[in-house]
Design a protein around this ligand. Structure first.
Ligand code: PLP
Length: 366
């Protein structure tokens, strides 16, 4: 049995739920989920699918209408149906990719979503961390021997987005090494300040792959639907794993996701709400302003300013004394033991309550 630690954010949230079940007034700022209901158009599409009994096996690759809509809206119609695989969540898509691609050395731009490392462990790949908080991270990447690099934009956990120049350099490095580049764009609808790079243009390099889905943008986390896009051979190889592991992606989630285009207006409302939440965090705790994210729905904060070196102990104490749950930064890579992730994808009143408690606690540390 491979030793894989459980997801840190889920473990913290489970502890918070336990306290809540014991009657405590807990504020969980630890989850990577939106607090919104699914958009109305998705809701209606799921209802319609149930009425039409769309509950049977489907072709493994995903329903053509959904792939067509993704191609139109996200890739300016530059792809074919065979360039897209609909998967049960982005996470499972990543698992297929690591299983199917002929790669061994996976460079990871850290801090990084914890799912990447566990999937490397599950699939026996070598995980090579590159710390993007260091100014020379692109040189470090260039000096690293890798055959796949994973970058997430906006990033979980720190919401960073690469500048145009950084992104161009990243592409150049991959091309020079003839290595794969996986761009995880699952938070792209929550890009607040900087524009996203032109993905279909980046895909002119045939080893660029996109990992995305509707979990974060369309509040569909529990419905388990995502997709992989790019190189036809890679997509077809991932499709073989998918066919044998899952048969197809959940039919109601796929027909429901057909409402995603109509729902984009509502997704903009979600984004505006979270943008205001983001700004509020920096207003209530001004020392957090330097960690303000470009996108996504998390702050990733270095606590050394408060003399805190052990974020695990900090998070435990904060949960016990203030009843606020955050995720310790060590879960997101090497060298982040004094960092924490705070999620602001929550209703504003609860966020304010949590922030006031954190502020009180931190002021006591100074
Ligand atoms: N990629 C990133 C960066 C994430 O943060 C997450 C979930 O937290 C995923 C992928 C997984 O998404 P899904 O729920 O669609 O599997």
């Amino acid at each position: 049995m491979i030793e894989i630690p459980p997801s840190a954010s889920m473990a913290v949230t489970a502890k918070a739920n336990e306290l809540r079940n014991n009657g405590e007034d807990v504020v969980a700022l630890s989850m990577g989920d939106t607090h919104f209901a699914i958009p109305k158009a998705i809701d209606a599409a799921i209802d319609k699918a149930i009425k039409e009994q769309r509950t049977h096996y489907l072709g493994a690759g995903g329903i053509p209408e959904l792939k067509k809509a993704i191609n139109e809206v996200e890739f300016n119609n530059r792809l074919d149906e065979d360039n897209i695989l609909i998967t049960p969540g982005a996470k499972q898509g990543f698992f297929y990719l690591l299983s199917a691609l002929d790669v061994q050395k996976v460079a990871m731009i850290e801090p990084a979503w914890l799912g990447y490392q566990s999937t490397c462990l599950l699939t026996g790949k070598q995980y090579l961390p590159i710390n993007a908080k260091q100014t020379d991270w692109l040189e470090q990447l260039e000096a690293t021997d890798f055959d796949l690099v994973v970058a997430c934009m906006p990033n979980n956990p720190d919401g960073q987005m690469m500048s145009k120049d950084e992104f161009a350099r990243l592409l150049e490095i991959c091309q020079a090494k003839q290595s794969w580049l996986l761009l995880d764009t699952i938070y792209k609808h929550y890009a607040y300040d900087r524009p996203m790079p032109d993905l279909s243009q980046a895909m002119a390099y045939p080893k660029v792959l996109i990992l995305d889905g509707f979990s974060k943008s369309h509040a569909m986390t529990g419905l388990r639907i995502g997709y992989l896009a790019g190189n036809k051979q890679a997509i077809s190889d991932c499709g073989i794993y998918h066919q044998h592991i899952a048969t197809c992606t959940n039919s109601l989630a796929q027909f429901g996701a057909l409402g995603f285009v109509e729902a984009l207006e509502q997704v903009k409302e979600y984004r505006d709400y979270y943008r205001q939440n983001r700004d509020l965090v920096a207003q209530i705790i001004p020392q957090f302003a330097e960690f303000k994210p470009d996108g996504g729905f998390y702050y990733f904060v270095d606590l050394s300013h408060w003399g805190i070196t052990d974020a695990v102990a900090f998070c435990q104490d904060l949960l016990e004394s203030q009843k606020v749950a955050l995720v310790p930064g060590g879960a997101y890579g090497q060298g982040f033991d004094c960092w924490v992730r705070l999620s602001f994808s929550i209703d504003r009143a609860t966020l304010i309550k949590g922030l006031e408690r954190i502020k009180t606690y931190l002021n006591e540390q100074l």
